[in-house]
Design a protein around this ligand. Structure first.
Ligand code: GLU
Length: 323
């Protein structure tokens, strides 16, 4: 049987400048796809209008290009077989997906406020997420009609009391019982914005993505996404999660770490290859932090070189070019 062509993706959210952790994920997604002779698609995850800015979209495309992390399909305003590639323009498509789930009788309106949810349930021990206790699952039609006059509901998906297991290429066998560890989850927020879980599955499936490489912070979303693939009758991609990069003091990197952003690094004298080389060294692909382009790293890339634990950036490494 012919092997499926590998299609990986960059799926950045334009809610700030990309930080080194985002670039690290993009680099590894690129290396993995390209080493298998595959392609990369760029999708802009600008679902949330309050947090997304067009200037960040433009900037993140420039940042990826600057590092030599090119893509074969997609990007802002791009034509192509799966256009549009901005999630903010794909609302009608998500509506269709939502209708399919509704027809399966698995979607219900939820009127709980964030404050009520936090008060009502114990956080899930593993990652501090709240397990939704199913408060609105069995409201009568009449109750729904009454409440809808007072408040716009979110829409939730009923999940099964079942272990969903999968094999992560980096972390191995993982599993989660959705009913016990997550609860019915949101497909569309009360303000009408589609949830990440729905959009990412709908798009990865529609855009023919065969491999998802992303940070370990999304590992616990994967069982929810696999359940959606099942309901939609779509073949899931392979999943490969990555350790997170930590600031030298052990904090998770965030878009607020401006001194570790590309502009600051360039101002301190880093070239694109200097940054990529330092990232590859941090990831265990290079023995020393020497300049390297993504293409030069291709023959050196192997998943088993990448640590499983989160990776603190070596102190001083990004203070200035070491070479
Ligand atoms: N848009 C998400 C982010 O920037 C990534 C989603 C994904 O890779 O599934 O964190």
């Amino acid at each position: 049987m012919a092997q499926r062509e590998v299609v990986g993706r960059f799926a950045p959210s334009p809610s700030g400048r990309l930080h080194l952790g985002n670039l690290f994920c993009s680099l590894l997604a690129w290396l993995s796809a390209k080493q298998q002779g595959g392609r990369i698609l760029l999708r802009i995850e600008d679902l949330d209008p309050a947090r997304s800015k067009r200037e960040y979209t433009d900037q993140l495309q420039r940042d990826l290009e600057f590092l030599g992390l090119d893509w074969d399909e997609g990007g802002c305003g791009a034509a192509g077989p799966h256009a549009p590639y901005e999630q903010s323009l794909r609302g009608p498509f998500y509506e269709q997906i939502l209708s399919r789930l509704r027809r399966q009788g698995l979607v219900y309106p939820c009127f709980c406020s964030r404050a009520q949810l936090h008060a009502a349930s114990a956080p899930h021990a593993a990652d501090g997420e709240v397990v939704y206790p199913g408060t609105c699952r069995n409201l009568s039609e009449e109750e729904i009609r009454r409440r809808i006059l007072l408040r716009d509901p979110a829409l939730r998906l009923i999940v099964p009391d079942e272990e969903i297991s999968f094999f992560d290429r980096h972390y191995g066998r993982c599993s989660q019982n959705l009913a016990r560890e997550c609860g019915d989850f949101i497909l569309r927020r009360s303000d009408g914005v589609f949830a990440y879980q729905l959009a990412v599955v709908a798009d990865d499936a529609a855009m023919g993505i065969t491999e998802v490489v992303r940070g370990r912070d999304l590992l616990s979303s994967t069982p929810r996404q696999l359940y959606l693939y099942r309901l939609l009758g779509a073949a899931p991609p392979s999943f490969c999660h990555l350790p997170l990069l930590l600031a030298p003091d052990g904090r998770r990197l965030s878009k607020r770490d401006a001194d570790l952003g590309l502009d600051a690094l360039r101002a301190r004298g880093f070239t694109a290859a200097g940054i990529t080389g330092a990232l590859a060294y941090t990831a265990g692909l290079l023995e020393r932090p020497v300049p390297a382009t993504p293409r030069q790293l291709l023959p050196l890339f192997r998943w088993d070189k990448i640590p499983k634990e989160d990776i603190p950036l070596p102190a001083g490494l990004f203070d200035g070019p070491p070479f």
